[in-house]
Design a binder for this molecule. Structure first.
Ligand SMILES: Cc1cc2nc3c(=O)[nH]c(=O)nc-3n(C[C@H](O)[C@H](O)[C@H](O)COP(=O)(O)O)c2cc1C
Length: 166
């Protein structure tokens, strides 16, 4: 597995923590905080993991808002892309990890091959925009309510990505 990078943003450090955990599990992984590097370097990788958290009743995290217009200009065709999202299913049961959806939609319309869908089993929420064909559009983590499941969720997800990333 080569030429792989993770791009994330994080308001309180939780998404950053997960990005760090992922980089422990994936070799040759470059890690970029988009608050620092923006969209720079995104075009350089053929395998990309994006990390996003949901804020303010279903919105994308603020650093993602800052780069969104530029992000929408990037062509992701011929790239394998996976998304992980953080949210709080107990406090925001109707908007759980909603921010993954605009990211997913944009990546699809920009030509990306989006991989790494996961089961919605073992979560407890009312509604999430981030579901397509009965599955989450990426890895979903809830450090507020299910931190004890985080390690096994990451490990299972990384295994599936290793099969699909070229
Ligand atoms: C003011 C506020 C609004 C939030 N809104 C949502 C939401 O609409 N949906 C959701 O799933 N999580 C929501 N969350 C939970 C965050 O997504 C969660 O805490 C996440 O881990 C934050 O990650 P970060 O610190 O890396 O940005 C919200 C948290 C706060 C403090």
């Amino acid at each position: 597995m080569k030429n792989i990078a993770i791009f994330y943003a994080s308001s309180t450090g939780k998404t950053k923590f997960i990005a760090n955990e992922l980089s422990i599990h994936l070799e040759e992984l470059k890690e970029y905080n988009i608050q620092v590097t923006g969209t720079e370097y995104m075009r350089d990788y053929s395998n990309i993991i994006f990390g996003i958290s949901t804020w303010d009743g279903g919105s994308i995290q603020e650093d993602w808002k800052e780069i969104w217009d530029e992000f929408c200009e990037i062509d992701f065709s011929n790239k394998n892309v996976a998304i992980f999202g953080l949210g709080d299913q107990k406090k925001y049961p109707d908007k759980f990890v909603a921010a993954m959806k605009p990211l997913y939609d944009q990546l699809k319309s920009a030509g990306a091959n989006v991989i790494g869908f996961t089961s919605t089993e073992d979560y407890n929420f009312k509604y999430s925009d981030a579901i397509e064909d009965g599955q989450f559009v990426g890895l979903v983590l809830d450090l507020e309510n299910q931190s004890e499941l985080t390690t096994s969720r990451i490990e299972d997800w990384v295994k599936s990505l290793k099969k699909d990333f070229i």
